[in-house]
Design a protein around this ligand. Structure first.
Ligand code: SF4
Length: 698
């Protein structure tokens, strides 16, 4: 029987139909043209996703290591009861010796809503630890923080993707959908076909930038100054929307003063973007009746990411391009459930429904749903990098044991060699994954879990639309669902609470709806039946209300209904170039791979398309280094060294190199990246650090 479902990878959550293949147990991917987000189009990652289901690398039974102190001790097969006993014992041992916060939990933005919810609940009422966070902190947390600060609520896109072709101009800041989510490119193509314009801000001339009407290529880490420079010109040219500012915002005086201090010539010096290009961008953005700014990881993955996004939101507010049809600010979330993953309680500071752990009313509400005393709920814990940095640390603040689901920080975390050392120093590590990722390979217990097409559950795409992934095939024998794993651990660690951890996703979702009711991300009116009938339901959707495709049209979600200007100052990157490290490094993605590559590196077709890391560099820099195309070059930062072949291209600034981060080993880009954290979002500065480039071996 054919099954309609969604891709396991990025936040576009393309619809697809899975059909049993001729060979037993296999699946073919068919176009599902009725799902309006992608209308049948898929990128190579989605089209080949079934290959991971029956990959030779697939884990089909638990693995255990008998001696953590012996690096030569191999992982060996074990039974599920033995593996779960060992995980429960490893976590309990750490807590008995060092207290509840000696155990950490690390989740992922690819987990379904049900898993994210259950993992947060498990951490707080079974383990009683405050030490839980997830890899979504490394994804769009700065946009979430800036959106919350400005609008009182963060939903990646506060409007449907279908609004993009109907606006007059889109400014895409640090986003490359042509490679990260190719089916989304049609929205921008349609925009231009309708007479609208596309402005792309990126230090590289990416495949997306090639299609733009205007490409601005600022120095990495200067997007905030760029936004202030544009706002300065908006003010100087009399293009502000004074009625909108007066009626729907607060904080304009400070924001105006800050922007006026960033005159165009100064901004040109900071960003490297010529003044005429700044003027042209303002003209394109301000001339039509409606316009949008969409950000992705470029401005967000900075140690000033929240303020950088805030400055771009200020540009929208000053021109009346927010809270109006076909206008506004939005974030192109990255991971498959990057949106839902941050709403249901696996974030260090949050409870389900986007509630804050520090809010007494929120604690009471969620505790009542969970059947516990609110005073027993732990407080906020460490953010993702801070949690990883505390692993294995001696003393009362150290995290000695870790349960990890759906993440591969050995490849994806900043300053990855250090993070790897911290993981190796743990007393105990348990990892639930589908393949033996680089992080799972370091575990004491590896729990093999089901994949997308083998399970049912909900995800929330970048539009805030809750979607249903449906089970299309049986998992291999020996594999269990993550919810089943949590249930098994709860039975061992807190038997009286085990009944609160059903293995059936729909049961978990029913409880999630109650826990989210009345919260900012209210799912109480969303059911599996409704998702099926409507092919997705936009939150907030209260029990007695309707879905909300477009937000903020009447009021923003702040107490007074007004949006808040950020009024932020430009500041340099946490690490600047100097004589020893004279080149900027920025990192990102390539078309064929997803995140740490744990899944996509197992697919032959994708490996053939993108077999390994590379260093993209301008011909001028290549000449200085003495590197020809394909020569191995070493990139060195204050945190380590990575080696990969040179890819020489005039599509990047001469002062900048780019490395994709999908690979482990010698070419691991995150060996180099800077874990300097944004003070609000706690986002590390993946997108900019200072490096030196040499021919390898010198
Ligand atoms: Fe999957 Fe994203 Fe590709 Fe769509 S664009 S097929 S959701 S990886």
């Amino acid at each position: 029987m054919n099954v309609d479902t969604h891709c396991p990878y990025c936040s576009l959550q393309c619809g697809m139909t899975l059909k049993p293949a001729a060979e037993e147990g296999g699946l073919d991917v068919l176009e599902r043209t009725g799902f309006d987000v992608n209308r049948g189009a898929l990128c190579g990652k989605g089209r080949t996703a079934p290959a991971v289901l029956d990959s030779a690398a697939r884990l089909t039974g638990p693995l255990v290591r008998d001696d953590r102190d012996d690096p030569a001790a191999p992982l060996r097969p074990a039974s599920w009861p033995d593996a779960l006993d060992r995980v429960a014992a490893g976590l309990a041992r750490a807590q008995d010796a060092h207290g509840p916060d000696a155990v950490g939990v690390f989740g992922g933005g690819g987990l379904t809503n049900e898993k994210a919810y259950a993992l947060g609940k498990f951490a707080r009422i079974v383990l009683g630890t405050s030490q839980i966070d997830y890899n979504g902190r490394f994804c769009m947390s700065s946009a979430a923080a800036a959106g919350t600060r400005a609008f009182g609520l963060d939903r990646g896109l506060p409007f449907p993707l279908a609004d993009i072709p109907r606006t007059g101009c889109v400014v895409l800041v640090g986003a490359n959908p042509a490679e990260t989510m190719p089916p989304a490119l049609r929205y921008f193509t349609e925009l231009r076909a309708n007479g609208g314009t596309l402005v792309v801000v990126d230090p590289r001339r990416t495949r997306t930038a090639e299609q733009a009407d205007l490409h601005l290529a600022p120095r990495p880490g200067t997007d905030l100054a760029l936004a202030l420079g544009l706002l300065h010109l908006v003010i100087a040219e009399g293009r502000t929307d004074d009625d909108f500012i007066a009626a729907r915002t607060t904080g304009w005086a400070d924001a105006r003063a800050t922007a006026m201090a960033h005159w165009p010539e100064l901004v040109e010096r900071i960003t490297g973007v010529p003044v005429p290009q700044l003027r042209r961008a303002v003209e394109l953005f301000c001339t039509p009746e409606s316009a949008m700014v969409l950000t992705a990881r470029g401005p967000e993955q900075q140690a000033k990411g929240t303020d950088t996004v805030g400055a771009w939101i200020d540009l929208c507010l000053a021109t009346g391009r927010a809270g109006r049809p076909y206008s506004g600010y939005g974030c192109l979330t990255g991971q498959g459930n990057g949106q839902g993953g941050r709403e249901h309680g696996q974030k260090a500071d949050q409870l389900p429904g986007y509630r804050l752990l520090t809010d007494p009313d929120a604690r009471r509400h969620v505790a009542a749903v969970w059947g516990v005393d609110p005073d027993t709920l732990p407080g906020p814990g460490r953010s993702a990098y801070e949690l990883l940095d505390a692993l294995g640390a001696p003393g009362p603040d150290g995290v000695r044991a870790l349960l990890l689901m759906g993440s591969n920080p050995v490849v994806s975390a900043p300053r990855a060699a250090h993070v790897e050392r911290r993981i190796r120093s743990l007393d105990f590590l348990a990892v639930a994954d589908v393949v033996l990722s680089e992080t799972a390979a370091l575990a004491d217990v590896v729990l093999p879990v089901t994949q997308w097409a083998e399970e049912t559950g909900t995800l929330t795409n970048l539009e805030g639309r809750v979607l249903l992934r449906r089970r299309a095939v049986d998992p291999p024998p020996g594999v269990r669902g993550d919810l089943d794993v949590l249930r098994g651990l709860a039975e061992r660690l807190a038997p009286a609470r085990a009944a609160g951890f059903p293995a059936a996703a729909e049961e978990v979702f029913a409880e999630l709806r109650r826990a989210s009711a009345g919260g900012k991300a209210d799912y109480s009116g969303i059911t599996y039946e409704r998702i099926e009938a409507e092919d997705g339901v936009f939150w907030p959707c209260p029990e007695d209300g309707e879905p909300t495709p477009r937000m903020f049209l009447d009021r923003f979600a702040t107490p007074d209904g007004r949006a808040r200007f950020a009024g932020v100052q430009h500041r340099p990157a946490a690490e600047e170039t100097d004589a020893d490290y004279p080149v900027w490094l920025t990192t990102g993605r390539v078309l064929a791979h997803y995140q740490s590559g744990a899944q996509t590196r197992r697919v032959d077709e994708l490996n053939a398309a993108a077999p390994g890391p590379f260093v993209q560099m301008h011909p001028q820099l290549a000449a200085r280094v003495g590197a020809d195309e394909g020569d191995p070059v070493a990139v060195l930062s204050r945190r380590g060294r990575a080696v990969a072949p040179a890819r020489i291209s005039a599509a990047i600034r001469p002062d900048t190199v780019f490395m994709p981060f999908h690979w482990p080993g010698a070419g691991r880009a995150n060996t180099l990246t800077n874990p300097a954290l944004d003070p609000v979002s706690r986002m590390p500065e993946f997108k900019v650090c200072a490096v030196r480039v040499e021919r390898a071996g010198e």
